[in-house]
Design a protein around this ligand. Structure first.
Ligand SMILES: NC(=O)c1ccc[n+]([C@@H]2O[C@H](COP(=O)([O-])OP(=O)(O)OC[C@H]3O[C@@H](n4cnc5c(N)ncnc54)[C@H](OP(=O)(O)O)[C@@H]3O)[C@@H](O)[C@H]2O)c1
Length: 294
């Protein structure tokens, strides 16, 4: 069985990824990652009703990706489970993400950028070194952000040679700028932080792929999907999700599933919701030709 951990999987796109794996990939075992175990158990109830046999292919795993202790504890549990059959993880989908926080910009970067890096560091020794994969669920907001931002930031976050220290330094500058900003400026930075955090995670993907060339490490956008994360836009616009062009979480799982199972996809790349390689610093619409750059 291919063992796959999906973080933030108790709802939305994460749950869509888990559901598609259970329905279409019978050779998979899924760790349904959630920061609140109760929510995880509630999420698996409908799955158990859809197919009772799936219970054998599912395990709820408590993991708060913004919390070092929680992530370490989750890794030690997986290590313990796997020591019984001497198996390793086939893949991790870093799906957990947030778009807003009452506490300013820092928690958004903590979950969206530091989260995937923390999970990677804690789980890397549990991933199959021969065929292991990482999928970072980012967003088209990343390329959109880079298409408008400062030249220096764009250059760093699109460089093949970017290091984690450089990404962390850019984060520190962003946080300092926010700290010192006027109220208006804070509002502007807050509106950009989600895109910035996802651009950083696309750069992290490149860095990890280069430093771990034995693994297949890519990122993707799920598309514009009807979930709790996008619900505020629906309310704001007064339109239905369908009128706004939103797809379902099951449809939003397509790009992650592609990066989990397809062969010859390369490593260190960012993919659009149509599963086609896309540039890091400008939006590529689904259906447009693939990005062929470095
Ligand atoms: N929906 C879209 O249109 C869209 C577009 C582009 C990218 N994305 C990305 O897709 C991913 C999934 O988003 P979604 O739309 O499915 O949102 P969602 O329905 O709000 O689900 C987010 C999931 O992440 C979990 N989460 C939040 N903070 C966490 C933490 N610190 N540790 C562990 N889990 C945490 C949530 O858990 P709780 O239930 O406990 O809060 C939930 O399970 C995110 O990375 C998002 O940025 C979404």
């Amino acid at each position: 069985m291919k063992k796959i951990l999906v973080t933030g999987a108790n709802k939305g796109i994460g749950l869509g990824i888990v559901t598609r794996l259970l329905r279409s990939c019978p050779d998979t075992f899924v760790y349904l990652g959630c920061r609140d175990a109760e929510k995880g158990y509630s999420a698996i109830e409908p799955l158990a009703k859809e197919c009772p046999d799936w219970a054998e292919r599912l395990c709820v795993l408590e993991i708060d990706v913004a919390d070092q202790n929680s992530t370490e504890l989750a890794a030690s549990k997986v290590r313990e489970y796997h020591s019984a059959d001497d198996s390793l993880l086939y893949a991790i989908v870093n799906n957990a993400g947030i778009a807003r926080s009452d506490a300013g910009v820092a928690p958004i970067i903590e979950v969206n950028t530091f989260g995937p890096n923390r999970v990677f560091e804690e789980f890397v020794n549990l991933i199959d070194p021969k065929s292991g994969r990482i999928v970072n669920v980012t967003s088209a907001s990343g390329p959109n952000y880079l298409s408008h931002c400062d030249e220096y930031v764009r250059e760093k976050l699109t460089s093949q040679n970017v290091s984690w220290d450089e990404i962390a330094n850019l984060v520190e500058s962003f946080l300092n700028e926010y700290e010192d900003a006027s109220a208006d400026e804070k509002e502007r930075l807050y509106s950009h932080v989600y895109g910035f955090s996802k651009a950083c995670t696309n750069a992290l993907t490149m860095y990890l792929a280069k430093s771990h060339s034995n693994l297949i490490i890519n990122s993707c956008t799920p598309g514009f999907i009807e979930t709790d994360l996008t619900q505020p836009y629906v309310v704001e616009r007064g339109m239905t999700p369908k009128e706004m062009g939103m797809k379902t979480p099951i449809e939003g799982a397509a790009s992650s599933i592609h990066l989990l199972i397809e062969e010859n996809i390369g490593s260190g790349f960012y993919f659009g919701s149509d599963c086609v390689r896309s540039p890091l610093d400008r939006y590529r619409s689904p259906g447009d030709p693939p990005y062929q750059g470095d």
